[in-house]
Design a protein around this ligand. Structure first.
Ligand code: AHR
Length: 651
């Protein structure tokens, strides 16, 4: 039974209930109370050879298994071309090596061939050869003729059944010593783009010829020889990345010490690079080597964050700190010298030999990758030994520990203070939404700097490395993008000490991937950005130099961050509404001297399950509008499941 209360008291108690309509959500940004400086390289990229990121991806080479090293037992991805009465056989021939680095060649023995019925070999490419109209392809190969064979040898891009020839060229004479040949193939203006094509090398007389290092390049970014795929480069340049973390990731470490990223085997002429087995189930050509990484970085206007192999490999091998580690430290110092040394140094001279006398900028090096997996507990000593040697040779370089605060204290480096800690976060959207509001509040703004060197939201209950991931699409949905955006706002609110952050993995060939989700998907011909790509692009392109602190009152918590571009007199306000209902928000710009009445509004909004794919590449893309009525107080409606960036003219 209710206690008997005086009427006045009862009324006073009931009043708040009657008034209980939720307080409208309001977000105040005080422009007169700026926070710290935003790291100018807060947004960057992380890359490694995974999901056919380079071979079959960014690296524009179209021939798969060009050096015949993918499988020692057979010429993988190559097949015989011979329609009756033509006849031919192909085998790997270790007795006719191209050179010491590439100890295999392909022996083509044509037993019956005529100009009308040629015989030869075909390469299937990385899930097809992309054929585009009015395009020049540069085919090159090494060949050596057996006695009695002098050519000619025809090179063509044809349909899979050979019935359509998209482009053709010819070498009239093949000599009996290993020699290099080159042919330009040009497609006609009227052909329809396709991936259902192959490269063929055929002869029209019986005979035997050995082929080595067969290569086919389409036009590349900035027309660089041995260059990169223009569509993918454009997507990266559009992100305005401040840095590129390379070469891994697990790819740096390798499964074993012997299969680590040996930088010195990835430089020099491509037909002398042996390549190596990668940790993601396929062999790397190393056509994308150390110099190509550096040029790639330069072409994006970014700086390199160079990861150095530090004596631990994925299957658990590790190098004892102390004298055993010294050769590995030497490797790392030599690698740094290749990047930054003057041409008078050994490393700088090598780089000049490779065509790049100018040193590259380098401020950060990372010592190892995810060394918390090293059960021996040797990282503390390995890091300390590496960092001491690096600092002695290059005092200005900042050393990054591959173990951050998200790992148990016992795993972290204690014997010395790292300049930067690399933290990795692969979490589902719910976890990011929950943690983002407060995660970095407990960090010490005085440092070490934080590098979120790998992160991504997944929309699944299981993590990316779970086998169940394999049957799913390579790129994430809008639901993941909402988690990503909340997390990016969390990092951006602390972008004074979270100096760098990058999503991982960056790339996936939709025909062959080992991990999901990934930012960008492609096949041989086309590419697309996932909703997460578009979210990242919205964030990374619209960031100021000074932190502002949005303070919310009322309503369910939103995810927000704000920065000011001081010189431009612009405030970028980022807002994430992860809920299923639209939200109207009152925005208050306090302490402003001037506020423009219009704003640019970029919005990415879609159902949580919506996504882009290779066949539907622009289903989820941002919409840009201009809004009026901006002032010291104005309201903004955020659509359900949306990410919004407001560009406000305010100072
Ligand atoms: O990004 C995929 C992998 O995740 C990286 O290679 C590794 O560093 C991490 O475990």
């Amino acid at each position: 039974m209710l206690p008997r209360l005086p009427l006045a008291l009862l009324a006073a108690l009931l009043l708040p209930l009657a008034d209980a309509a939720p307080e409208p959500a309001s977000l105040t940004i005080d422009l007169a109370a700026p926070g710290g400086k935003v790291s100018p390289i807060h947004y960057g990229l992380m890359t490694e050879e995974i999901n056919f990121s380079y071979d079959g991806g960014l690296y524009a080479e179209l021939i798969r298994n060009r050096a015949f090293l993918d499988d020692p037992a057979k010429p993988a991805h190559w097949s015989v071309v011979a329609s009756a009465p033509a006849a031919a056989a192909i085998t790997l021939d270790p007795r006719q090596p191209l050179n010491r680095a590439i100890p295999a060649s392909l022996r083509l023995e044509a037993t019956a061939a005529t100009p009308a019925t040629p015989a030869g070999v075909a390469n299937e490419g990385y899930w097809g050869i992309p054929v585009k109209p009015s395009t020049r392809y540069r085919a090159s190969f090494h060949a050596k003729a057996a006695p009695g064979f002098t050519g000619p040898l025809s090179v063509a891009i044809t349909s899979l059944d050979g019935a359509t020839v998209y482009a053709r060229g010819r070498v009239d004479r093949i000599i009996s010593d290993w020699s290099a040949y080159e042919v330009v193939l040009k497609t006609g203006a009227k052909i329809a783009p396709t991936t259902r094509a192959r490269l063929t090398l055929t002869v029209e007389h019986p005979g035997t010829v050995w082929l080595g290092f067969v290569s086919l390049f389409p036009p590349t970014w900035k027309n660089r020889p041995n260059g990169l795929r223009p569509d993918l480069m454009q997507m990266l340049v559009d992100l305005k990345p401040g840095f590129l973390r390379f070469p891994g990731g697990n790819y740096l470490e390798g499964d074993t010490i012997d299969t680590r990223f040996k930088w010195w085997e990835t430089i020099g002429p491509v037909d002398r690079r042996p390549g190596h087995p990668g940790p993601w189930g396929y062999r790397s050509t190393d056509g994308m080597g150390l110099l190509e990484f550096l040029l790639w970085t330069t072409d994006m206007g970014a700086e390199p964050v160079l990861a150095l192999y530090a004596g631990y490999s994925l299957k658990g091998d590790y190098v004892q700190p102390g004298p055993d580690l010294e050769p590995f430290i030497r490797e790392a110092l030599d690698e740094i010298e290749y990047v930054v040394g003057p041409v008078t140094s050994k490393g700088g001279a090598l780089r000049a030999r490779d065509g790049h006398p100018e040193p590259f900028p380098l401020r950060y090096v990372e010592i190892g990758n995810e060394d918390w997996f090293d059960k021996s507990g040797s990282y503390d000593a390995r890091y300390t030994q590496f960092a001491a040697a690096i600092k002695q040779a290059y005092p200005a370089l900042k050393c990054i520990s591959s173990i951050g605060n998200e790992q148990p204290a016992g795993k972290r480096v204690k014997s010395t203070r790292p300049d930067v800690l690399d933290e990795h976060y692969y979490r589902n959207t719910e976890a990011f939404l929950k943690d983002s509001p407060t995660h970095f509040d407990r960090y010490d703004r005085a440092g070490p700097e934080i590098f979120v060197g790998e992160w991504a939201a997944h929309e699944t209950a299981f993590p990316p490395w779970d086998a169940k991931s394999r049957g799913l699409a390579p790129t994430p949905t809008m639901k993941a993008a909402l988690g990503d955006a909340a997390w990016m706002s969390a990092m951006e609110r602390h972008a004074d000490f979270v100096t760098m952050q990058c999503y991982a993995p960056l790339f996936a060939n939709v025909n062959g991937y080992q991990w999901r989700p990934n930012l960008i998907g492609y096949d041989a011909l086309d590419s697309f950005g996932s909703p997460s790509y578009h979210a990242f692009r919205m964030y990374s392109r619209q960031v100021g130099d000074t932190l502002l602190s949005p303070v919310q009152t009322g309503g369910a918590p939103l995810h927000a961050s704000a920065t000011r571009a001081t010189r431009e007199g612009v405030v970028y306000l980022k807002l994430v509404n992860a809920e299923a209902d639209a939200r109207t928000l009152e925005i208050r710009l306090a302490g402003a001297r001037r506020i423009g009445s219009t704003a640019r509004v970029e919005t990415l909004a879609a159902a949580p399950e919506a996504t882009n794919s290779i066949t539907d590449r622009a289903k989820v893309v941002p919409l840009v509008t201009k809004r009026k009525g901006v002032g010291a107080v104005f309201s903004q409606t955020l659509p359900p499941h949306s990410i919004t960036v407001l560009r406000l003219e305010a100072q």
